[in-house]
Design a protein around this ligand. Structure first.
Ligand SMILES: C[S@@+](CC[C@H](N)C(=O)[O-])C[C@H]1O[C@@H](n2cnc3c(N)ncnc32)[C@H](O)[C@@H]1O
Length: 323
C-alpha cells in the first residue's frame, strides 16, 4: 500500500496484511475485531430491526478465536512502525484471548481503558453490561505519538476547578453510542467521538491509520475526515460495498474545523532549568498574587500562563522556595 493513498480491500486481513503491507509502515491501528459470539443472539440483544442491521458480518467460531487473535495481532505488530500505537476494542467474552495474544508480542501495554456506553443489554437478575475494553499498546523502538494538549490546554478548568486535560485523559471514557434511526448500519459501529479522541491523541495529520476489521468503515471515515491516510480490510463483500459507498461521501480534512481548540499559551519554557534568580522571582510574584486573595491553584495557573511553564514545574519551584 502507498503511504499517500487511502486503500481498502475486500480481503481477509491476515493474508491481506502479508500480501499488501510492508513491515514498520503504519502509524496507528484502531480496530474492533469480530466478537466470536453468535450473530443472531447479537441481533436479538441489541433489539434492532433485522432489516436495518447490515448482513454479511463475518464471525469467528469461538473455538478458533485464540488462534485467530494471535494471527492478526502478529500482523498488527509487524506492520506498526516503532513508536506506533494500537487500540483494540474488546468485549469481555474474548478479552482473555486478545490479552494472551498481545502477551506473545513485544507490544507494550500503555493503558487498559474502559469505554462506558449507553444502552447496555438489559438484564433483570444481574448487573447491566455497559462497557468495552480499549487495549492501548505501543510498538517499542521509538517515542510514541501522544498529543497531550490536543483537546484541552494545560490550564483549562471545569466549574469545580478540576483540570479538563486531566479529566479527558482518565482511563474511563464515557461516550454514547450513536443512534441512527432508519439507517442501514453495521451492527457495532463505533461512535465518532471515540474514534476522534483516539486519532487526535495518537496520530498526526498525514499519518497512516489502519483498521483490520473495517465493518462500517467508521475508523476510515474519521481518520480521513481528520486529514490522515486510511488503510484497511473487510472480509464481507456486502459490508465492504456498503462501507465504500459511505466512504465516498467523506471530505478529506472536513472534520478538522469541528474540533475544539485547546486554550492556553504554549509552554515555551517547559523543560528549561530554573536559575536561583528565576526561583526568587517566582516566589515574589506568587506572594503578591496570593496576598491579592488568589487561591493557590489560580495563582499557579496565572504564573504558568505568564512564564510559559507547566503547572507542576511551577508547583515544584514554589516548594523549593518554601511556599
Ligand atoms: C466488530 S465489526 C467492526 C465494526 C467497525 N469498527 C465499525 O465501526 O463499523 C468486525 C468486522 O470484521 C469483519 N471481519 C471478520 N473477519 C474478518 C477478517 N478475517 N478480515 C477482515 N475482516 C473481517 C466482519 O465482517 C465485521 O464487519
Amino acid at each position: 500500500m502507498n503511504r499517500k493513498e487511502n486503500c481498502f480491500l475486500n480481503e481477509d486481513c491476515i493474508e491481506g496484511c502479508k500480501k499488501h503491507i510492508k513491515d514498520n509502515s503504519v502509524d496507528l491501528i484502531v480496530t474492533d475485531p469480530p466478537y466470536g459470539i453468535n450473530g443472531h443472539t447479537l441481533h436479538k440483544h441489541y433489539n434492532r430491526k433485522e432489516g436495518y442491521v447490515l448482513d454479511g458480518y463475518i464471525e469467528i467460531p469461538q473455538n478458533e478465536y485464540p488462534q485467530f487473535s494471535e494471527q492478526w495481532i502478529k500482523q498488527a505488530e509487524r506492520i506498526l512502525k516503532p513508536g506506533g500505537s494500537i487500540y483494540i476494542v474488546s468485549g469481555y467474552t474474548h478479552l482473555i484471548d486478545i490479552l494472551n495474544a498481545l502477551r506473545k508480542t513485544k507490544l507494550k501495554e500503555i493503558n487498559h481503558i474502559i469505554w462506558k456506553y449507553n444502552f447496555g443489554v438489559f438484564t433483570k437478575n444481574k448487573f447491566v453490561t455497559s462497557h468495552y475494553h480499549l487495549l492501548y499498546y505501543c510498538k517499542p523502538g521509538a517515542k510514541p505519538t501522544f498529543n497531550t494538549y490536543c483537546r484541552y490546554g494545560q490550564n483549562e478548568r471545569d466549574g469545580g476547578n478540576g483540570s479538563l486535560n486531566y479529566l479527558d485523559r482518565e482511563d474511563v471514557w464515557i461516550i454514547n453510542r450513536e443512534y441512527k434511526p432508519g439507517k442501514i448500519k453495521n451492527k457495532n459501529e463505533l461512535p465518532t467521538n471515540l474514534l476522534t479522541k483516539i486519532i487526535q491523541y495518537s496520530s498526526r495529520e498525514s499519518d497512516v491509520v489502519c483498521d483490520l476489521f473495517l465493518g462500517g468503515f467508521s475508523t476510515a471515515r474519521i481518520a480521513v475526515g481528520l486529514n490522515r491516510i486510511a488503510w484497511g480490510f473487510e472480509l464481507s463483500a456486502s459490508a465492504y460495498k456498503h462501507g465504500m459507498n459511505e466512504f465516498s461521501r467523506v471530505k478529506k480534512g472536513a472534520l478538522l474545523q469541528t474540533l475544539r481548540k485547546p486554550e492556553g499559551g504554549k509552554l515555551v519554557n517547559q523543560g528549561i532549568r530554573w536559575s536561583r534568580k528565576d526561583l526568587e522571582e517566582i516566589a515574589e510574584k506568587y506572594d503578591k498574587l496570593y496576598q491579592s486573595s488568589k487561591l493557590k491553584r489560580q495563582s499557579i495557573d496565572i504564573l504558568s500562563e505568564e512564564l510559559g511553564r507547566g503547572y507542576f514545574s511551577i508547583l515544584n519551584a514554589l516548594k523549593k522556595m518554601g511556599r
